[in-house]
Design a protein around this ligand. Structure first.
Ligand SMILES: Nc1ncnc2c1ncn2[C@@H]1O[C@H](COP(=O)(O)OP(=O)(O)OP(=O)(O)O)[C@@H](O)[C@H]1O
Ligand SMILES: [Mg+2]
Length: 450
């Protein structure tokens, strides 16, 4: 398990910093990644299907702290490697799939801010995608000895047939005119429009001469347009990752929840019927977001029937082909491997610089199990944080033995903050579902194998 992969110091620092803060690292996940091989494989197949002209949708379901966000980031980095463009965002009360007061436009805008390509994995890549569309069209025009404006119009004609596509094509056309005439303002206005940053049609009309803007009702249509557009720019498709879907479950108004679920149904139908091309969606959510029959996706009959899990896949049998992908909890073995990887990263990939010997890893796990109970390896955030803290102390106090300080390593039981409903509109009563994390306190290292 101790590999000899060298780890660049920038990557090391970024990784350790995120993990200590309890957030999922943005880079270098492959150095930390453990377990979940069949789940990753299923998503790799999805990414390939999207790149090949198909579509995919997955609901990644896992308990609080189980690793959904980590998994989504990993899928995103795989998609980028495979030449897809990715967009991602967390849902929150101000960012939803359906609304009539701007929250959906705001979600779209967040997605566009986070638009990433392999060359710009950290986001902010929208302008370079548009640039790339223009430059490939120019190259094509030059090769064919054709008029660039005409080539661009011909390419954009593809978009004009789609819902909302006429103005989308007009806006990209405006970008090209700005590019051609050195009009930076026009280019900037076109990018602002594509980012859904125009709040009113009047403003859009005066800046770009178009009658529409990207607004709440056109969210899904615009993602479809964007998937077509990234193809025209030379990428293989678009992957949309939406995390923290539990925020829809938390909406107190039944009507608000249902209209958001209806939007999910549209996305799902589009995918299942194969009408979307080069487009995929990955949603991250907790089990109650999926299966709660009062407030979750299952409260919406059409979704419940489409998302019902394969009843044959029980008692140890698995099925990774349905839209719902349950993230199996990490095992103790996984966590052991993970700690070994953290030690390795901390030593910049050089085993001679390990700050802990092999005995320390099981001892540390034993300590965690004693402090926070049996669940410690299923929700690894706290354990990872504490382990990184321990490494940091050892690094700054050379000569200190881990045996001395291990007993004083503090770990707090994590609690799930997601389950309180958001009061709004009609103020429905709080849902009785309560966190069940950390129920058992038994110190079960007996089943642990190396
Ligand atoms: N497969 C994995 N390999 C290594 N580390 C992982 C893995 N999955 C999760 N982690 C780590 O575990 C911690 C919790 O993961 P993450 O934040 O993704 O959980 P989550 O399910 O999104 O939690 P929440 O319900 O709070 O959103 C993070 O520090 C993450 O880096
Ligand atoms: Mg998360």
């Amino acid at each position: 398990m101790t590999t000899t992969t060298p780890i660049r110091s920038r990557e090391r620092d970024a990784l350790l910093q995120s993990l200590r803060a309890g957030v999922v690292p943005r880079v270098g996940q492959r150095h930390v990644q453990v377990g979940r091989a069949p789940e990753v494989e299923a998503l790799v197949a999805d990414v390939n299907r999207i790149a090949g002209g198909g579509s995919a949708v997955r609901f990644v379901i896992g308990d609080f702290g189980a690793g959904k966000t980590f998994f989504l980031h990993l899928v995103r980095s795989i998609a980028l490697e495979k030449k897809l463009v990715t967009v991602h965002a967390d849902l929150n009360p101000d960012r939803r799939l359906h609304s009539s007061s701007g929250q959906t436009r705001s979600l779209y805008a967040e997605l566009m801010r986070n638009l990433a390509t392999r060359a710009k994995p950290d986001g902010g890549a929208l302008t370079s995608v548009v640039e790339r569309f223009v430059s490939t069209a120019l190259a094509e025009a030059q090769q064919a000895g054709a008029d660039p404006g005409q080539v661009i119009r011909a390419r954009l004609a593809d978009l004009s047939e789609m819902t909302g596509g006429y103005d989308f094509a007009e806006v990209v056309g405006a970008y090209w005119r700005g590019h051609d005439s050195g009009n930076e303002q026009l280019k900037a206005a076109a990018v602002r429009w594509l980012r859904a940053e125009f709040a009113t049609r009047t403003d859009a009309r005066s800046a770009l001469g178009v009658r529409t803007i990207i607004d709440d009702p056109t969210f899904h249509d615009h993602l479809k347009l964007m998937s077509r557009f990234v193809r025209l720019a030379g990428y293989d498709g678009l992957l949309v990752c939406l995390d923290e879907m539990v925020n829809l479950y938390k909406l107190a108004s039944t009507q608000a929840r249902n209209s958001n679920y209806e939007q999910i149904l549209r996305i799902l139908n589009d995918t299942l019927q194969g009408t979307a091309a080069h487009l995929g969606f990955v949603f991250g959510g907790t089990p109650e977001f999926l299966a709660d029959t009062r407030r979750g996706l299952y409260s919406y009959a059409a979704l419940q029937s489409r998302l019902a899990e394969n009843t044959f896949a029980s008692g140890g049998l698995v099925d990774y082909s349905g839209p719902v992908l349950r993230l199996a909890a990490l095992t103790q073995e996984d966590l052991y491997v993970l700690l070994a990887k953290l030690r390795h990263i901390h030593a910049s990939g050089d085993p001679s610089r390990y700050l802990l010997d092999d005995d320390a890893l099981p001892a540390f796990m034993h300590h965690c199990s004693g402090r926070i109970g049996e669940a410690y390896f299923r929700t690894p955030r706290t354990t990872i944080k504490a382990f990184c803290d321990l490494l940091a102390v050892l690094e700054q106090n050379p000569g200190v033995d881990w045996r001395q300080i291990l007993p004083s390593v503090e770990l707090k039981q994590e609690t799930n903050p997601d389950l309180a409903p958001i009061e709004e509109e009609e103020g429905a009563p709080a849902h009785p579902w309560t966190a069940q994390a950390g129920a058992a306190g038994d110190d079960d290292l007996t089943s642990f194998r190396l």
